[in-house]
Ligand binder design. Structure first.
Ligand code: NCD
Ligand code: ZN
Length: 412
């Protein structure tokens, strides 16, 4: 077999081990992983000496604003370029578009738009009070989303026990926006009626971490996601950032933030995602600024800085942003660099720095709450299914992303 690309000498990071390798890629997949000392021939050979090689990141919580009325905020085409520049090669996108993505027709329109994505993608299908049959019919998607609190595009969140009981009994993976008391209520319903996994998005409060830890200890099939902004910013930053630091859940206290880090350390938190939520500057400057901040491009640099600072290990980063997202949602070929997996790879220079600035953000609105931060570590090159989609110092590519396929996870 002729290899399309040989990546030589990078240090492969996996949750289990870190070792120098030579990797052979063909037809968009990893086909060989050898010791770095071994030589391989291919159509193209690239030296990665001194670089780290990570599986492409999977961001489980992204808002692209298509189809429909919010497309001016950011599209699959625009936001996926920000993703690639940040080492994210797969994203799961949220249904709070206008119209809401909770029907076969809107899903079809979303699929049409998503074809312009540079990276691979999957959908959270939206649950409403009266679309149970459509939710059941979307069982081949990674997950269905419950909105139980108000947020962008959601003015009447689900509030009815009977509806939730029926949705929980479908046995499909469900993601949920449920804050504080609402989370306690949902966990109670899930304990009683749930037959599938429940993935709680953007956990932000210490009491939510505690509730999820207790649920896991009781054996409940739940997962928890934390966002980069809740891990790295607090209400002190919210005061400084004004509307640019406003999102749902809002930024919390230092004690809440510490609880998230404790949740990462003890495994209560399973994934780190961005809740990438593009809004234009003029919307943020308006009298009623919408909540939400972009994050796709800054996810990996910010986590690399946490590694440099000794707060996370590289293995944890890979587990939280690739291995576990793939396992939780059953994303075929994703989340690991292994023979047979999709060749989604990120080369990182741990000795170079990333200076995060508004001006270098590819997200359509062109701003970030982390402007001015310097991170130790830089994304050098990113491959999505073997195709180079980003190279440091150059513009990301365009198009070519495709929808993920799902192999439903059974509870181990
Ligand atoms: C998100 C958005 O703008 O779509 N906003 C946010 O503040 N997080 C919606 C959401 O995830 O709640
Ligand atoms: Zn969100």
């Amino acid at each position: 077999m002729t290899l399309d690309l040989v990546l030589r000498g990078g240090t492969l990071v996996s949750p289990q081990a870190t070792r120098p390798v030579t990797i052979g890629l063909a037809a968009g997949r990893v086909v060989l992983i050898l010791d770095a000392a071994e030589s391989l021939a291919g159509r193209e050979v690239r030296d990665l000496d001194g670089l780290l090689l990570l599986p492409g990141l999977i961001d489980c919580h992204v808002h692209c604003r298509e189809p429909g009325g919010h497309a001016h905020k950011g599209t699959y085409a625009s936001e996926s370029r920000a993703a690639a520049a940040g080492g994210v090669t797969t994203m799961l996108t949220m249904p709070n578009t206008v119209p809401f993505c909770g029907s076969a027709a809107v899903l079809a329109a979303a699929r049409e738009c998503a074809q312009r994505s540079l990276i691979d993608y999957g959908f959270h299908f939206g649950v409403t009070a009266d679309n149970l049959a459509e939710v059941a019919a979307a069982a081949d998607l990674p997950v269905a989303k419950l909105y139980l609190n108000e947020t962008t595009g959601i003015t009447s969140p689900l509030a009815d026990d009977a509806v939730l009981r029926r949705v929980l009994a479908l046995g499909l993976p469900l993601s949920a926006h449920a804050e504080g008391d609402t989370l306690d209520w949902l966990l109670g319903l899930h304990a009683r009626w749930g037959t599938g996994p429940l993935y709680v998005v953007h956990v932000a409060l210490a009491r939510e971490v505690a509730a999820l830890r207790a649920a896991k200890a009781r054996g409940q099939w739940v997962y928890a996601e934390a966002t980069t902004h809740h891990l790295l910013l607090t209400d002190q930053d919210a005061a400084r950032l004004g509307p640019y630091g406003d999102m749902r859940p809002t930024l919390k206290t230092a004690a809440d933030q510490a609880a998230l880090w404790a949740g990462l350390a003890d495994g209560t938190i399973d994934t780190i995602a961005t809740d990438h939520a593009p809004h234009l500057r003029e919307e943020k400057e308006s009298g009623s600024p919408p909540p939400g901040v972009p994050g796709l491009q800054t996810l990996l640099p910010l986590l690399l800085e946490q590694v440099a600072a000794g707060r996370l290990t590289l293995a944890q980063v890979v587990r939280l942003t690739a291995a576990q997202p793939a396992a939780i949602f059953g994303l075929c070929g994703k989340g690991a660099v292994a023979v047979g997996s999709d060749a989604d790879l990120v080369a990182v220079d741990p000795t170079a720095a990333t200076v995060i600035e508004h001006a270098t953000q590819y997200t359509w609105p062109g701003w970030t709450p982390f402007d001015g931060w310097t991170c130790r570590g830089r994304v050098e090159a990113v491959w999505r299914r073997g195709e180079l989609v980003y190279e440091a110092g150059q513009e990301p590519g365009t198009g070519g992303g495709r929808e993920v396929t799902v192999a439903r996870a059974h509870r181990s």
